[in-house]
Design a protein around this ligand. Structure first.
Ligand SMILES: Nc1ncnc2c1ncn2[C@@H]1O[C@H](COP(=O)(O)OP(=O)(O)OP(=O)(O)O)[C@@H](O)[C@H]1O
Length: 852
């Protein structure tokens, strides 16, 4: 009987034939015997486990044998255990595995942590699937062609220098060759390897992986790899460990960009980690990553990466808007003409948008020429050179990139101490010159100061930018040139009391949509792309890529129009310029209410000549809204506007203000505005007079508008009684006013604040008690118009407290006044989108007379 002393003192020791003997008794009996490293049957029998049928199925046998950490050196006794399927002899001192040759049914062999120097030194076992020979002293791999079933081979921590002999292991899916001396990846052929571990070798470059189409996890950490070339074909790669290598360039990540399944990447301890923006760059390049450098990637980081390197248009527009607002706030703040007139009604702008050279500018110019009483063209700034025939300040403000930069947000723009000092010097010299009268000295000093080039440079670099930045409402880059719509371009038009018409690409539209302006946007789209392309080519101004971009943007505009209904207020096909202009003109006329007023005047003429106006314009001669003129494109526009159900419904549901409320609101706004501004709006106030109030020729100018008598006229028109009655300028006849118990005055009376004063002054109430002319804000009478609407109804039902009388206008009879007033109301109410959008365009009082 042989006994085995187990290294593990707390392990139960089974003795062959007497398994009940315990460790203690064993020690007592055999403690004096020295273990010689030879495995004996007793130990084997105690380590057998998993009883099952033999491979042939004829008998019951133990299938597994676990003999790890026994300090074994000789395991020849295992030659007799032919039925074993799993053998673990790890962590011993074994040098010879030849006994394994007898285990024909062996599927798993763990001989790691031994002293094996030979590789698979036994008769080929066809059923072997998993072999672990790690932590041995193997130097060379041999041919394993017979091991067709081998799926997992672990050979880490050996001294292998070359990968060989695996070509025919057609089932091999896991290969671990970490911590060897491999310098080159080779010999893997087309193996179906899914996991390949080659860490801690001496690999300098990646090769030999191109045919490993099924590779999922690759560990190349602790090598000297400096390029990721050779990984781009691993379509199924999911994780890649490149820890502690020599990768320096972020551009190397490009080799991984096309790997659709890669979600884990480890680049720790690589020089590339020190690159600026490393983290976001890698996240941007590999957007499918979930783990980078053993850290989970946050959603915010992914969004930040995307916004940084390929921001979506909305983000670009948002940033552009933010930058322009921020830099404009550095400027001294003032109240703008385009924001003054009415706190509720935005300044009217008409924007023509569409792809390059689709005719936007030409149509805009034509439109502004035809409707010059209403619109003026607002030229943008650009850094591109003028084309032949383009006029400075008419088509664009052509500026240099430096000037454009200064106007936007110059990097040199922060007012530095030097700039402040410089300014101080200039100021002081001029002050001193005035005080002492030593003008000549100072002039000399100044001229010396500015004649020196470095001072000029300083002035230009430090002082000027801080005063000129923040000029733009929006900016964009197109074809390498900067474009921008300046605040001044809009303001100069607003100052004239006109609406601004401009043109821009979609980027500008997106940016403008972030601002407080609420323009109307008309999309001009060449539907026939071939024709458009031909037109661009014939122009001879654009390169082939520029043409391609312009043509491709046609589809982009189409998509936006389809995906975002209502994004553009109308769409016009520009395949035929003349046709496009006819449609644009028609549309603008509708906006202006001119189409309707044409009809109304026709009706009026019809009435006067005894014809029945109701016949000529069925339904529209009444108070109800007249039908808008239908064109293909306006249909589209109306459709898109009609989709804005909620706004329409809420507009309908929101209670109308009574004239008293309206007047009160206006008074408060006026007071607030005057307090704020210390000045009053100018001609632009005309912009916000509604269509129904604009007829009197005497209101043709701003002065007229502010003239007390004209104010009265306006009020009277608002009260639906003075459509044709205008008071000549200077007709401040109190008696005539008193003899006009119009609802205009009634409304004034009801407005409270004015009524008492009226009686105490011979001249009209507004004239005396309103602020001086240039401080005066005309009332927005839209509410009054609606109030009078109701007043009329009340009149008819007898529910009114005051009984407004019809105007005593010379030469106008009752019927005509009524018809005129009602038709004016119908004009106003029929304006497309008037419930949902700012009314556009503005209708300057009196200018409508000379409509196109
Ligand atoms: N401030 C701006 N914001 C956005 N886009 C702008 C701005 N100013 C001009 N653009 C647009 O930039 C594009 C290039 O302008 P450019 O003047 O070179 O083209 P164009 O051939 O004259 O085009 P078009 O005749 O349609 O105006 C045009 O589509 C133009 O509308």
């Amino acid at each position: 009987m042989q006994y085995l002393w187990c290294l593990d003192p707390f392990r139960t020791l089974h003795v062959h034939g007497d398994p009940m003997l315990t460790h203690v008794s064993c020690l007592m009996c055999f403690s004096q015997e020295v273990f010689d490293g030879v495995l004996h049957e007793a130990a084997v029998s105690e380590s057998l486990s998993r009883l099952g049928r033999s491979a042939l199925g004829t008998e019951y046998v133990y299938l597994d044998l676990l003999l790890s950490k026994r300090n074994l050196t000789d395991i020849h006794v295992l030659c007799g255990y032919t039925h074993l399927q799993k053998l673990d002899v790890s962590c011993n001192g074994i040098t010879d595995l030849s006994c394994v040759s007898y285990m024909l049914y062996l599927t798993e062999l763990n001989a790691s942590n031994n002293r094996l120097s030979s590789f698979f030194d036994f008769v080929p076992l066809k059923n072997l699937k998993v072999v672990d020979l790690s932590f041995n002293q193997i130097t060379k791999m041999k041919d394993l062609s017979a091991y067709k079933m081998l799926t997992k081979l672990v050979l880490n921590r050996n001294n292998i220098e070359e990968i060989t002999g695996l070509e025919n292991c057609i089932s091999l899916s896991h290969l671990n060759l970490a911590h060897n001396r491999i310098t080159k990846i080779c010999g893997l052929g087309r193996l179906p390897i899914k996991t390949l571990i080659l860490s801690a070798n001496q690999i300098n470059y990646i090769s030999g992986l191109e045919n490993l189409k099924t590779l999922q996890d690759l560990d190349l950490s602790c090598n000297q790899i400096s390029s990721l070339e050779g990984l781009d074909c691993l379509e199924f790669l999911q994780t890649l460990n490149l820890d502690d290598n020599e990768i320096c360039q972020i551009s190397e990540i490009a080799y991984l960009e096309e790997l659709p399944l890669l979600h884990g990447l480890n680049l720790l301890k690589n020089p590339v980690q020190e690159q600026a923006e490393y983290w976001l760059s890698v996240l941007f390049m590999l957007q499918r990553l979930t783990d980078l450098d053993l850290k989970k990637i946050k959603v915010e980081e992914k969004v930040a990466a995307l916004n940084k390197y390929n921001p979506p248009p909305e983000v670009i527009a948002g940033r552009d808007h933010m930058a322009n607002v921020m830099y404009s706030m550095i400027q001294p703040q003032k109240i703008f003409d385009s924001t003054l007139p009415n706190l509720d009604t935005p300044y009217p702008i008409l924007v023509l948008t569409g792809p390059q050279s689709c005719g936007k500018r030409e149509l805009a110019h034509r439109m502004c020429r035809d409707f010059k009483e209403f619109f003026r063209y607002g030229p943008c700034h650009t850094t591109r050179n003028p084309y032949f025939g383009e006029e400075r300040r008419f088509d664009y403000h052509f500026v240099t990139p430096e000037v454009f930069e200064d106007m936007t947000c110059s990097v040199r723009s922060s007012p530095s101490l030097i700039s402040v000092l410089l300014l101080l010097i200039i100021e002081l010299t001029s002050v001193r010159s005035q005080i002492t009268g030593c003008m000549c000295i100072c002039h000399k000093y100044n001229s010396v100061l500015f004649s020196r080039p470095y001072i000029v440079v300083l002035f230009r670099r430090l002082v000027i930018p801080s005063f000129f930045q923040g000029q733009f409402l929006l900016t964009m880059k197109y074809s390498g040139h900067d474009y921008g719509l300046s605040r001044e371009a809009v303001e100069s038009v607003a100052k004239e009391g006109l609406a601004c018409c401009t043109h821009m690409e979609i980027e500008g539209v997106r940016s403008l949509k972030n601002s407080y302006f609420e323009p109307r946007y008309i999309l001009l789209l060449p539907m026939n792309k071939e024709r458009y392309e031909g037109w661009l080519r014939r122009k001879g101004l654009f390169t082939r890529p520029e043409i391609d971009i312009a043509v491709s943007r046609v589809d982009m505009y189409k998509t936006i129009h389809q995906d975002c209904p209502g994004y553009f207020d109308a769409v016009i096909n520009t395949d035929d310029f003349d046709e496009a202009y006819t449609k644009l003109r028609q549309l603008v006329k509708e906006y202006l209410g001119l189409a309707e007023s044409d009809q109304v005047s026709q009706n009026k003429a019809g009435e006067k000549s005894g014809t029945d106006s109701r016949k000529s314009v069925p339904g529209s001669s009444q108070i109800g809204p007249s039908k808008p003129i239908q064109t293909d494109m306006t249909n589209e526009f109306l459709d898109s506007a009609a989709r804005n159900y909620s706004a329409r419904v809420s507009a309908k549901l929101s209670p109308q203000k009574t004239p008293v409320e309206e007047a009160s609101v206006q008074r408060r706004q006026l007071a607030a505005r005057q307090a704020l501004a210390g000045k009053s709006p100018d001609t632009y106030t005309q912009l916000f007079q509604r269509g129904s109030l604009t007829a009197p020729a005497t209101l043709g100018t701003h002065r007229r508008l502010l003239d007390p008598s004209s104010c009265t006229s306006i009020l009277q028109s608002a009260s639906n009684v003075t459509a044709d009655c205008s008071f000549p300028p200077g007709s401040h006849d109190t008696s005539s006013r008193d003899s006009r118990p119009s609802s205009g005055l009634s409304l004034l009376s009801s407005a409270g604040a004015f009524s008492d004063r009226r009686s105490s002054h011979p001249t009209p109430v507004i004239n005396i008690h309103s602020p001086p002319e240039d401080k005066m804000e005309p009332l927005d009478l839209s509410g009054l118009g609606e109030g009078t609407d109701r007043t009329q109804d009340q009149q008819s039902t007898g529910n009114t407290l005051e009984t407004p009388r019809l105007p005593l206008s010379s030469g106008s009879d009752l019927g005509a006044s009524k018809a005129s007033a009602s038709s004016r109301l119908s004009v106003r109410t029929s304006r497309p989108g008037s419930n949902t959008k700012p009314i556009l365009p503005p209708i300057p009082c009196g200018r409508k007379k000379s409509s196109p």
